[in-house]
Write a protein that binds this ligand. Structure first.
Ligand code: GSH
Length: 216
């Protein structure tokens, strides 16, 4: 059976959402981020990203990691793209061209959007003037890539193939990090409508309930 290492309050959320879309059985090992623990090396510390047994699986010390039929794989989007391709339509690609487009949009989200979107997520509620400047700069840099998504979604409605796919999951989970910045998101009506549709899906709701059930 597929094993997902990582708590749901992490990028493992992408994999969990995908598994529930596909109806794929999995076992979750709740490895937690070391930075969320006071002493990750303490004897009674929960399994975390600095635990030697986990580092043996993932030398980079990052979640999520999957084990599937002897394959050990890290990088959340490599995992979602692999699982979607393995389990096929409709979440996975119909052909090489769709596969390429799914990778294109996933890499675009991970490289052009995710770092600044995470700044918005982590510092968005901060009152400090330095943090507010960082958020303002991040929001400014996000304008261009978000406009690319806005233009794309206003033409087709979905990321790839006029249907909901792994590309929607990968991109939606990145955009979620910036979703709380109302002034930014209000500029992109097609993007926000698409995101809301993605998040209404039962599989997303299942993943979200799992996340909320975990300690913050
Ligand atoms: N690009 C990687 C990033 C992985 C990553 O940074 N994961 C975070 C949690 S979402 C982590 O494990 N941090 C561990 C730590 O800082 O201790 C991916 O998409 O999987």
């Amino acid at each position: 059976m597929l094993v997902i290492h990582g708590v749901t309050r992490s990028r493992a959320s992408r994999l969990i959402w995908l598994c529930h879309e596909i109806g794929l059985d999995y076992r979750q090992e709740p490895v937690i981020q070391a930075y969320r623990l006071a002493d990750p090396m303490a004897r009674d510390a929960p399994l975390n990203t600095r635990t030697p047994a986990f580092l043996a699986l993932s030398p980079a010390g990052a979640i999520p990691v999957i084990e599937d039929d002897g394959l050990v794989l890290s990088e959340s989007m490599a995992c979602t793209l692999y699982l979607a391709r393995k389990h096929g339509l409709p979440l996975g690609p119909a052909d090489a061209a769709e596969d390429a487009l799914m990778m294109q949009w996933s890499f675009f989200a991970a490289t052009a959007i995710e770092p600044d979107a995470l700044t918005v997520l982590f510092l968005g509620d901060s009152r400090g003037s330095e943090d507010r400047a960082l958020v303002a700069n991040a929001a400014e840099r996000l304008m261009r890539p978000l406009q690319v998504l806005e233009d794309h979604l206003s033409r087709g409605g979905q990321m790839v193939g006029n249907r909901f796919t792994v590309a929607d999951i990968n991109v939606a989970e990145v955009i979620r990090y910036a979703q709380g910045h109302d002034a930014l998101m209000a500029r992109f009506p097609s993007l926000i409508a698409w995101l809301q549709d993605c998040q209404k899906r039962p599989a997303f709701q299942t993943m979200w309930a799992m996340r909320q059930a975990e300690p913050a």
